[in-house]
Design a binder for this molecule. Structure first.
Ligand code: GCO
Ligand code: MG
Length: 404
């Protein structure tokens, strides 16, 4: 079997997605997600100009060899652009292998370790009343674990808090120029524990609650927040400090029993070494799409599992249904599964990427279709071309840029 085509498809059915489609001489196709929010075209060029020509003529079954060839062979290792491109190749090849085997991908990863995959959804609001409504709306959709993001009095706009609710998964945060949001850590630290106190009082002790600090705190500030949130029994505090500083988590860990999750901006296992070896976190949160694909994610989970650390694959709206499907096959297979982030996509996105995975009563399942279970409607994708889009940036009251 040989690869005869490797095509990059860019489409924007509400937000941008980059997809690699590999075709074999037998006419089998495989899909991989290479979407890097706000920097999409860099990955498109990496794939189109530098990777696709190297794939032609290769044996699609040699997944590990292709991965090592692209990772070691490029000399320039790691980084989100490189690893998103390699991820797309890896997932597309797994898709092909599983299709040829006539099995859903999870069967090739060891088979199902569980029957269904618990998901968490995103609730948000600029007032407590709005947050409560948002939690209730998610509960009506079946969610049984919920992330809470809140506006902060005195701040105009805060990450993850939409002025118009986006239950349909549309992209209010993505703009043609980066929007500038304001930030005040002291105001945030004063206010957030009150939000979780109110949410606990309203929804009771059983509902798993999560919170994402989006890399904005210093270690001592994060330690303080973790302590202040202990009475409200969080499932986790996510990305409390800038993620590239692994040692920062040591200080946080020494001060709080609030579980810690990190990793959505990580690209390789080396970003986790101290965190895993020294048990400084509880959940590894990388995306299949940004971490080099299914192959390295499986290795990461096996390594983390030796320290009792669980999986929590990154699954926001900017991971395409292709990346989401790949995540779900891993979730079903690995023993040390923790939870899966899932916001869903717009109806149009689900038409462009028709998928076998399902969401019911708060739980996901990848489906039983051979491969990863996603089909790309190329015509519909072409009808919705790329649109420039950026994530917001963050400035303090004195005008200086803050972590985001
Ligand atoms: C999350 C993330 C996202 C990221 C986004 C960046 O926990 O889901 O923080 O909301 O900001 O994926 O592209
Ligand atoms: Mg996050």
């Amino acid at each position: 079997m040989k690869i005869v085509d490797a095509k990059v498809v860019v489409t924007s059915p509400g937000r941008n997605f980059v997809t690699l489609q590999i075709t074999t001489d037998d006419g089998v196709t495989g899909l991989g997600d290479a979407t890097l929010n706000g920097r999409e075209l860099a990955v498109v060029s990496y794939l189109r100009d530098h990777v696709a020509p190297l794939l032609i003529g290769r044996d699609p079954h040699r997944i590990e060899d292709a991965w090592q060839y692209l990772y070691r062979g490029a000399y320039w290792r790691r980084g989100p652009v490189t690893m998103a491109a390699i991820a797309a190749v890896d997932v597309a090849l797994w898709d092909i292998k599983a299709k040829v085997a006539g099995l859903p991908l999870y069967q090739l990863l060891g088979g199902a370790s569980r029957d269904r995959i618990r998901a968490y959804g995103h609730a948000n609001g600029s007032s407590l009343a709005e947050i409560f409504d948002s939690v209730r709306a998610l509960q009506e959709r079946g969610y049984q674990a919920i992330r809470i993001q809140s506006g902060v009095p005195g701040l105009q706009s805060v990450y993850g808090v939409h002025t118009a609710p986006s239950a349909d998964g549309s992209a209010p945060d993505v703009l043609a120029q980066p929007a500038v949001e304001d930030w005040d850590t002291a105001a945030y630290l004063r206010y957030i524990p009150r939000v979780f106190e109110a949410v606990r009082n309203e929804f009771g002790p059983d509902l798993p609650l999560l919170h994402d600090a989006h890399h904005r705190l210093s270690p001592i500030e994060a330690a303080r927040l973790g302590k202040d949130l202990e009475p409200y029994d969080l499932f986790w505090l996510e990305d409390c400090t800038p993620a590239e500083d692994q040692e920062a988590l040591r200080l946080v860990r020494q001060h709080t029993t609030t579980p810690l999750a990190i990793g959505e901006v990580f690209n390789t296992v080396f970003d986790y070494q101290t965190l895993i070896d020294d048990r400084l976190i509880d959940y590894v949160r990388s995306a299949v799409t940004h971490f080099g694909g299914v192959s390295p994610m499986k290795k990461l989970f096996d390594y983390a599992g030796q320290r009792g650390i669980k999986s929590a694959i990154h699954g926001p709206e900017d991971i395409s249904p292709v990346g989401m499907a790949a995540a779900l096959h891993l979730d079903l297979a690995v023993h040390n599964f923790g939870i899966q982030e899932y916001s869903g996509h717009t109806d149009l996105t689900n038409e462009v990427f028709r998928h076998a995975y399902t969401f019911q009563d708060g739980y996901l399942h990848p489906g039983e279709v051979p491969g990863i279970g996603v089909e790309l409607d190329e015509e519909l994708a072409a009808a919705h071309p790329y649109e420039p889009g950026y994530l917001p940036v963050n400035r303090l009251k004195d005008g200086s840029v803050h972590d985001w």
